[in-house]
Design a protein around this ligand. Structure first.
Ligand SMILES: [Ca+2]
Length: 312
């Protein structure tokens, strides 16, 4: 903080879970309060690499990042129809949330796998008919230039790891510029101080070679695991409670399309929990293995926090 001490006002209440304060280039501190717990963090540049479109949790994650005031410098899309995914992200982030964040479409095909699961069909309902924003089709180049210009930048990897693996393979010098990778996936922790990555997790299963590249890198990583993330969920009643404004209506519509398709009676907050780790790392406990930490405990109050932020 460059030796400057500033007293930061804190507001606590059901509808105001945190207060943001931003002053000049020497202070960029946010204070986030939940009950008596106070979390202070400095703003850090962040990239979000997402497969927004089928499961609604990516849309939740982008809304959660923007509504939390994070310094998101780039959003890239990955896997399958990345142009449609980029259009969905553009509509949500730039049109509805009014956030000036660049968005670029990344790679459609896994490194080696021939099979790409098709979209479910309800994704096109997430953008208005005829919506045709200009899309930057070179996500890898956008990743490289953003990382190069922002040493220490962190990446929330909430889709398959194809883009990140390709970046590390084609521009290995950029690995030292990446401060941390927060990865949604799965692993089994063994009793002998070891772990095994679990390739049944969707993000790992569809591009296992990309997982190998990313996990072989020297970048510090946190793996948010499926069983831990799955313990934070919201109900159809929670979703209906968002209605009343354009963003809330959009998220509710999109979530209801997903629930109708998936036949689930709740929506799991996998990807929002990944985003939350980027500014409140202790939301879960973890086991550490050199450069990798793997979540081991649930975050029982996270769904409540998420709902409060989305309702702001
Ligand atoms: Ca995702």
């Amino acid at each position: 903080m460059n030796g400057i001490h500033i007293s930061i006002p804190v507001v606590q209440g059901n509808n105001i879970p945190f207060v943001a304060l931003k002053e000049s280039d020497v202070l960029d501190v946010r204070v986030w309060v939940y009950n008596s717990k106070e979390v202070r963090y400095t703003m850090k540049p962040l990239i979000i690499d997402t497969d927004i479109g089928v499961d609604v949790d990516d849309a939740f994650a982008l809304a959660y990042a923007v509504k939390s005031g994070l310094d998101v410098q780039l959003i890239t899309t990955v896997y399958g129809d990345t142009e449609l995914r980029a259009k969905i992200a553009t509509y949500l982030v730039q049109d509805l949330l009014q956030a000036d964040i660049p968005i670029a479409a990344g790679l459609e095909k896994p490194l080696k796998h021939k099979l790409v699961f098709p979209l479910a069909g309800h994704e096109k309902l997430a953008i208005p008919s005829g919506y045709a924003p200009s899309i930057n089709a070179n996500g890898i180049e956008a990743l490289a230039s953003t990382i190069r210009s922002s040493p220490g930048i962190e990446i929330a990897c909430i889709g398959p790891l194809t883009n990140i693996a390709t970046l590390l393979s084609t521009s290995p010098d950029l690995a030292s510029n990446i401060g941390h990778l927060y990865i949604m996936g799965n692993a089994t922790i063994c009793g002998c101080g070891e772990y095994h990555l679990n390739f049944r997790a969707h993000n790992f299963k569809v591009d296992p070679e990309a997982v190998d590249v990313v996990f072989a890198s020297s970048i510090p990583k946190t793996l948010i695991t499926t069983p831990i993330a799955k313990q934070s969920l919201i109900t159809p009643e929670d979703i209906r409670s968002w209605r009343g404004n354009s963003v809330g209506n959009y998220l509710a519509d999109t979530a209801e399309h997903w629930l109708a398709f998936s036949k689930y009676d709740c929506a799991f907050l996998y990807d929002p929990l990944v985003i939350h780790h980027t500014f409140d790392y202790d939301i879960t406990a973890k086991s550490s293995y050199h450069l990798l930490a793997i979540t081991t405990s649930a975050a029982p109050h996270f769904a409540d926090l998420f709902l409060r932020v989305i309702r702001r």
